[in-house]
Design a protein around this ligand. Structure first.
Ligand code: MN
Length: 252
């Protein structure tokens, strides 16, 4: 058995959206890649829960993706029904980008109900999408989750450095993918508190070397992150493992 410090972490991946999703589940299990399998609709919950039950490496998150709000009937009741079955919530959040701005007010209603349900339940870890909406997301986090045992991981963070500082003050973590380590954005990654960093792929929505990214690709993310932070790879792996343990211990 390998040491925990050798294990990769993909803390935001849509395993169920790969055409061969069952093989993806088997792969991360065999490779012992700690994977947060986010989902986009509560309807996907039972299938993912069943697959994740067979894998010690996969945590499955109950999701309601902001980009799908408006496309489906209100699924908040279904979300509320499944929430007691999991500690992990995602993908949830807000998207004020041009393609989804039309549903933004509706997204805010949905996301606030998600946040309220988590606040009532306690002990949840949320993987949060915040495109052009970091200020609104943080406002809701501050209003409902500050001082609770819930933890927020901002996925593919794209806000300003000042908003990142505020997020960190509110206890947020950041899951970092390869795109965020491209030159221009690496400056921001460098400025994040190191004890709040995790890695992710956001597969299959991202590409690496011209093909769809898979969880094992976090290996190259760790290498790029190590370079960005001027650390060696082993030190970076250790840092990420400690961050994961701290986040999931709920003691931070
Ligand atoms: Mn995603």
């Amino acid at each position: 058995m390998s040491d925990a410090a050798d294990e990769l972490i993909d803390y935001h991946c849509h395993l169920d959206l790969y055409p061969d999703f069952e093989a993806q589940y088997r792969h991360v299990t065999a490779e012992r890649i700690t994977t947060l399998a986010v989902t986009t609709t509560p309807q996907a919950w039972p299938k993912n829960l069943e697959l994740a039950a067979k894998s010690p490496s996969v945590r499955v998150a109950l999701g309601m993706h902001p980009q799908l709000v408006g496309q489906q009937a209100n699924e908040t009741a279904l979300f509320a029904r499944y929430l007691p079955e999991t500690r992990y919530v995602g993908e949830v959040g807000l998207d004020a980008g041009p393609k989804f701005y039309r549903t933004y007010e509706q997204q805010k209603v949905v996301f606030e109900s998600v946040i309220r349900l988590c606040a009532e339940a306690g002990g949840k870890i949320l993987s949060v999408h915040a495109v052009r909406s970091v200020r609104d997301v943080l406002e809701l986090v501050e209003r409902h989750l500050a001082g609770t045992s819930n933890r927020v991981v901002l996925h593919w963070y794209s806000g300003t450095a000042a908003e990142a500082r505020r997020a960190a003050e509110l206890g947020c973590y950041f899951s970092i993918n390869r795109m965020m380590l491209a030159k221009a954005d690496a400056v921001l990654v460098k400025s994040l508190p190191r004890q709040r960093i995790l890695t992710e792929t956001d597969g299959p929505f991202t590409q690496i070397d011209g093909r769809v990214a898979v969880p094992a690709d976090v290996c190259s993310t760790v290498a790029a992150l190590a370079e960005c932070l001027a650390l060696d790879v082993a030190t970076t792996m250790g840092l990420l493992q400690r961050n994961l343990v701290r986040l999931e211990s709920g003691k931070d």
